[in-house]
Each structure stands twice: as C-alpha cells, then as structure tokens.
Design a protein around this ligand. Structure first.
Ligand code: MN
Length: 499
C-alpha cells in the first residue's frame, strides 16, 4: 500500500547569538550537511527538510505553528548545536502538536585533539545544549523520542527511520475512520469499547451502517466488473475444487468478487479506511465476506471481525506504519485459536473463520469454498495459505473501563510441523516470548484479547512509542518478561492511569 500523503520531517537546529555570526554560519552549514547526507543515505523512508536555525522565541513559536499547519509535515527533529536557552522554546513547544524527535548528536564524530580550542568547544556543545533543551521538554511533560549518537552512523539513521514510521502512525491516527456494518457480537466483552474515548485518545471515527446499505452497493456491481475480478483471482491463485463442481465453485467465488468491489467502492465513497463485519449479521449478503476482506486488508484497509472496531483501527495503523517498507513481511488481524502443547513445540495456531491478510503469506495461495461452522449463509470462498517464519508482534488494545491499555507481545513465528489438509483457512503459528507459558500467563493477566493486530514489520518499540504519544498505557511481553515484574508493570499502570 501507499500513503496518500507525501510526508516530510522538519529539521530544526537550536542555537543562540552569543558566539557571533561566524559560529552561526557554521551551525547552519553543519545542519545543511547533516540533512543532505541523511536524505542521500537512502535509509530514511521520508525526506528531511532543513529549517532556518532557531534562535529567538518568535521564530521558534512561528516554526512550530507552521509545522502544525503544514499537512505534509509529520514531525519535527530538533538538535541543539550550541547552547540554546530553553526558555525561548516554551511557547513554541506549548503550541506544538505533532511528533517530536530529539536528535542528540554533534557534527564531528571525534574530538579534534590537535586543534581543539575554546572556540571549537563553544561552537560544538550539544552535550550541554541538548541537556538544557531536554530538561525543558521533560519539565513540560512532552512525549518525544530521543536518539543518541553520531548522525552519520547507521545505528542513528536506523533509529530515525524507525521513529519516522511511528510518527506516521501518530499523525495518521486521527485520519482513521472505521465503518461498522454490524454491531459487536452479542455477549462478547473484549471486543467492546468506548468509541467516544477512542476518538478523544486516538482521533478515530467509528460509525455504524446498516448492513443492507452496503449489501445494496454490492448488488449494484455489474456482472462484467465481477467477472473481470474473478478472472484475476483465477490467474493469481490456485483453485482447490476438492470435489466441488467447477461452475458452482466459480459462482461462489464470484460472490466474493462482487463483495470486494462493492465494499471497496462504498468505503472509498464514504472515506473509510477500516471495516468490521459480523458473521451473524449479514443482511442481504450471500456469504460472509472472506476472500473479499482478505483482499481489502492486503490493499491496506484495517479489518476486525465480529464488530471488533479496535482491532480494525489497529490493523490500519500498523499497515500505515509499515507502508512502502522494503521487504515488508506483512500485517494482519489474527486470532488465537488452538494450542500445540507438546513440550518443546508449544505454540498458538493463529487463524480466523476466514479473514487473514495474504500479506503475511508464504508459498502458494489457494481459493477454497467450504461451509462455515457458524451462521446461515452459502459456503464462502476464502484464500488459504500459511505464513512466514520470523519474529513479529501481536498487539491487543483493550478498554478497561477507565482507560485503554495496549498489550504488545513479541512472538516467534514458525512453520507447523505437518500440513493441515483439512483446515480450510489461512494460518500462522507462533510461540509467544519469553516462552509459551510465561507469554500466555502475562497476556491473560494483562487482559489481552483473542483477536490481535499482528505485524512482522512494526516493532514493539514503535508501538510502545505510539501508545505513549496517544497518552495510553502500554505493556510489553517479550524475552525480558518475568511474571513477578510484569505484575508490577500492571500495578504501576493502575497507579499512573487509575484503576
Ligand atoms: Mn473472531
């Protein structure tokens, strides 16, 4: 998927006029070189734009407000080359509303032992200027990322690149609009949530539509458009008839093609980027949207099943954060389904009734038509595949009544030992970190859901930073987790956010 906006990040250098024009000229020149080299490196997913050196209260305030207004600006990177008295930054920082990165670097990598004098020291004193600036940002309680190291090192560029993707998740969050074409599944608790609070915290708009309104849009899709998409499916995927009549099979597939086109047109027309459905509330739809939803997720739409709008929005956010990433391995909604408890081979089989995004697949993708064990519709067509190996994160955003908590579990994805020829759904299989028992125990203690927004490409650090920017609690379950300390994390959350 591609982002709709050509985002840029502003580079603002802090200084002062105490050391004269010559020094300021050098400061500006150093900043120019840094920005030029960062852009040339090919490591950053977005362009960095150099701004004039910030010295006065007026210019700082003006620059931050311009950053707020500029829709293409996704964040500001600040570095204090010399000492920049931080009181000058108060008004600008108070009014600034976008992601902030403090790049704690200096122009020279090495101390110039033979030539260093006091002029050099005064000109190159970020060790001291950045502490003054950091003090003010901390005092003001502003959430920001701090990246430390020489600007030309790969480690620093990688950290900036990673933060840029977090920033996209932050600025795009308030543009996520979720369409619910059914309510929450009856009696289910964890998929519920306070939609007003979600809009306050994340900026999400979550709206309901009668299912038959979208079913009408599906019905309006022409046979020729539908058949063209069916042809595309038949070119792209393996067809597994499994004894079914070929024409009947194709008619089932066509139902999903019509749903894909109808849903996409409806979502586009009404400007929604995520959708939830419910197998028990399908109105005039002939099948539960399976293949159709899988394809929409692959195009970048968020999705949640059984009315789970929180997962739909999170899948969308994580797809935005990984958009355009080289060698991306995929992002999807998943559901913890069943366990392998054999010692040494423990893991969770991930699947859903149908709706898993093919972006996480590895190997051939086939279409099957099989009955659903739930609901009362035609046997839906779906894409069936297995998923990639490697590490990823499973996230669950839950509503605890008084607050949201984001649970972030690092997981190790594996191949299952044997094929599962009778299982007509896409799957993934993982062992949660730090190990199966501890990972599951921590997840359950934290109140994590069975539905997750999963990604191979977005990191736990990025999601934790995203949560911090949203002002919500985040807990991590990874190789550093032990239950005794994890319970303290949860207690700390209760203290900070209230129980
Ligand atoms: Mn489900």
């Amino acid at each position: 998927m591609k982002l709709q906006r050509d985002y840029k990040f502003w580079f603002c250098t802090g200084s002062q006029d105490l050391y004269g024009d010559e020094c300021l000229k050098n400061v500006a020149e150093h900043s120019r070189i840094i920005v030029e080299q960062l852009n040339k490196s090919g490591k950053l997913p977005f362009e960095v734009v150099l701004k004039p050196t910030l010295i006065t209260n007026e210019l700082i305030r003006k620059t931050f407000n311009e950053a707020n207004i500029d829709e293409d600006c996704a964040g500001v990177i600040v570095w204090c080359h010399t000492f920049s008295p931080a009181k000058s930054w108060i008004l600008g920082l108070q009014e600034y509303r976008k992601p902030l990165l403090h790049l704690h670097t200096q122009f020279n990598e090495e101390i110039p032992y033979d030539t260093i004098d006091m002029d050099f020291m005064n000109e190159n004193q970020s060790a001291h200027g950045d502490r003054e600036w950091g003090h003010m940002v901390t005092r003001m309680g502003i959430e920001r990322k701090v990246v430390v190291g020489h600007w030309d090192s790969d480690a620093v560029k990688d950290k900036i690149a990673s933060w840029m993707r977090t920033a996209i998740g932050i600025v795009e969050s308030s543009h996520v609009r979720v369409m619910r074409v059914a309510d929450n599944m009856r009696n289910v608790a964890v998929t519920e949530g306070d939609k007003v609070e979600a809009q306050l915290k994340f900026g999400w708009e979550v709206d309901a539509y009668p299912v038959n309104e979208i079913a009408e849009a599906v019905g309006a899709v022409s046979e020729s458009d539908t058949n063209a998409l069916v042809d595309e499916y038949y070119d792209k995927y393996e067809i597994l008839l499994e004894g079914r009549d070929a024409d009947e099979f194709k008619r089932h597939v066509a139902v999903q093609a019509q749903i894909e086109i109808g849903f996409e047109r409806f979502l586009e027309e009404k400007n929604y980027q995520a959708i939830v459905t419910h197998f028990g509330d399908l109105g005039a739809l002939k099948q539960l949207p399976g293949l159709a939803i899988q394809r929409l997720m692959e195009k970048g739409y968020g999705f949640g099943a059984e009315g789970d709008w929180k997962v739909a929005a999170m899948v969308r956010i994580m797809k935005l954060m990984s958009a355009g990433m080289k060698d991306a391995k995929g992002t999807s909604m998943l559901e913890d389904y069943t366990y392998n408890l054999v010692p040494g081979k423990e893991g969770i089989l991930q699947a859903h009734m149908l709706e898993i995004c093919p972006s996480i697949s590895e190997g051939p993708i086939s279409i099957k038509c099989q009955p659903l064990s739930m609901g009362d519709r035609e046997d839906p067509a779906r894409l069936v595949f297995t998923s990639k190996e490697g590490s990823g994160i499973a996230t669950s955003l839950i509503d605890l009544g008084n607050r949201f908590r984001l649970i972030i579990n690092s997981v190790d994805c594996k191949k299952v030992e044997k094929p599962m020829p009778k299982l007509p759904v896409a799957t993934a299989f993982w062992t949660p970190q730090p190990d199966f028992a501890t990972g599951c125990e921590a997840w359950i203690l934290a109140g994590g859901a069975h539905h997750t927004a999963f990604s191979y490409d977005v990191t736990a650090e990025q999601m934790g930073d995203w949560a911090a920017a949203m002002g919500i609690e985040a807990v991590y379950i990874d190789n550093n987790t032990n239950i005794r300390d994890f319970k303290k994390d949860l207690m700390l959350g209760n203290v900070v956010f209230g129980k």
